[in-house]
Each structure stands twice: as structure tokens, then as C-alpha cells.
Design a protein around this ligand. Structure first.
Ligand code: PGA
Length: 254
């Protein structure tokens, strides 16, 4: 089964709108010939300017979070419809930093997935185990629970639009990526869970990305694995030279 490749940058709370525009203007021409899907999840204030400067390029702009309500009295929150109007095409949901620092749980993330789909935003659902869970042999249990709860009762036609990102929490920002073998095992397990819930057609087609200390040096071995269909990149997406190198390196693999 050959699936398309996705390289998704996650800028977290880095880059002002001006810095974002400059970065994307520089990145565009470097990756013009690439076949991989190139997505960048930028801070809210950069969405509109980033969408503007990438209009003619193949870079797709998205957000890093959103609220599950359509609109309402939720001071400081942002709605999917606002992201769409600003030019976002996708949204990261359930990133481990949201879970850890902002107390987001699977059921809340599920509501966000439903809302994003309703408003036409492609969700990238992030899942992954903490170090403690891995050491206790509970990795599969955690992943199963995250997938089952966050994708619960979503109709097949809708779930086809979701991208899954497996990000072991202990590998994020630590410089210690999972080995390709370890990552592949987790990806194969996630695909099995999706298969069980939605059947073969959905599980065969769902892109499952790996995230956690991806760099130009290790992307080839990761994306070379059967069930790894791309990457979600934090630190190494912040410099246009490194990020373009990373995108070009993954192209040579599949
Ligand atoms: P990292 O972050 O590439 O810096 O490890 C990945 C992420 O948080 O998505």
C-alpha cells in the first residue's frame, strides 16, 4: 500500500507574523519541486499573513489548537470558523503539550475533532505515550485508548480526512527520537486500532506521521518504514534551511 508523504512543521509559540512571512517566502522556492505534502502549523496571529504569502506555493497553513465550541463566551479561545476564515486548512489537536500543560483529555479532544471536521478543517490528531507508560509496558493500552476515544463514532467518510500523528512524549524536544523499529511497531499498532474501528479501507489510507526529535539526519530511516507516512516536526522546522533539507531528504526515500 503506498500512501502519500506529509511533512508537517509545528512552530509552537515561536515566530511573529513578520518572521513567519519571511520564513515562508524563503522556504517556498526551495521545495517547489517536492511531491510531499508540506504543512506548517503557525501561531494564530501568523495564519492570515502566512496563508497570504503561500497562496502561490505548495505550502499549506494550519493552526496548533482550537476550541470545540462553534462560538461563545470563552475568553481567550479561538473557534474553527475563525481559523478557516483566516486561511487555515488544518489544525493540530491533542498535542502532548496541550495535554500536559493545559489539561486536555481525550474526550475534550474528541469534541474538537468533531468540530474541526464540521467546519472543514483537517484534523491532525496527536497521540503518544509518556515515558512512564512505556516503561510500565502500557504503550499499546494508552494508544488504543487515545485512538478509540478521540475518534469515537466519527462516520467513515469523515474519519478519512483525519491524519494521525504518533508522538512518544519522551521523544519530543529531547533530541532522542524513537528508533525506526520502535516507531514502526507503534505505527503498525495504531493502524491495527484504526482497522478495528473503521475497517480496512480507512486504515489502509490513513496517513500516520511520526513526531519527536525528527531531523534531516534521521528522517530517511523513519519515513522508510512501512507504516510511517511522514513526520511532525517541532525544533527542526524553525529554520528554513534545516526544514527544507529535511523535506528534500524524505523525498528520496519513498
Ligand atoms: P520536536 O517536536 O521535533 O522538537 O521534538 C515535535 C512536536 O512537538 O510536534
Amino acid at each position: 500500500m503506498s500512501r502519500e508523504i506529509y511533512v508537517v512543521g509545528n512552530w509552537k509559540m515561536y515566530k511573529t507574523a513578520r518572521e513567519a512571512a519571511e520564513f515562508l517566502e524563503e522556504l517556498g522556492p526551495k521545495i517547489e519541486q517536492c511531491k510531499a505534502h508540506v504543512y506548517v502549523a503557525v501561531p494564530f496571529t501568523s495564519i492570515a499573513p502566512a496563508a497570504r504569502v503561500t497562496k502561490q506555493s505548495r505550502i499549506v497553513i494550519g493552526a496548533q489548537n482550537m476550541n470545540d465550541a462553534r462560538e461563545g463566551a470563552f475568553t481567550g479561545e479561538i473557534a474553527a470558523i475563525m481559523l478557516v476564515e483566516a486561511g487555515a486548512k488544518f489544525v493540530l489537536l491533542g498535542h502532548s503539550e496541550r495535554r500536559r500543560f493545559f489539561g486536555e483529555e481525550n474526550r475534550f479532544i474528541h469534541q474538537k475533532v468533531v468540530r474541526a471536521l464540521q467546519e472543514g478543517l483537517q484534523p491532525i490528531l496527536c497521540i503518544g505515550e509518556e515515558l512512564e507508560a512505556r516503561e510500565e509496558g502500557r504503550t499499546e493500552e494508552v494508544l488504543r485508548e487515545q485512538i478509540e476515544t478521540c475518534l469515537k463514532d466519527i462516520p467513515e467518510e469523515e474519519v478519512k480526512k483525519v491524519l494521525l500523528a504518533y508522538e512518544p512524549v519522551w521523544a519530543i524536544g529531547t533530541g532522542k527520537a524513537a528508533s525506526p523499529k520502535m516507531a514502526e511497531e507503534a505505527h503498525a499498532f495504531c493502524r491495527k486500532c484504526v482497522h478495528k474501528l473503521f475497517g480496512k479501507e480507512v486504515s489502509d489510507h490513513m496517513p500516520i506521521l511520526y513526531g519527536g526529535s525528527v531531523k534531516p539526519e534521521n528522517i530517511g530511516d523513519l519515513v522508510g518504514q512501512k507504516d510511517i507516512d511522514g513526520v511532525l516536526v517541532g525544533g527542526a522546522s524553525l529554520d528554513p534551511q534545516t526544514f527544507s533539507e529535511l523535506i528534500l531528504n524524505c523525498e528520496s526515500v519513498k
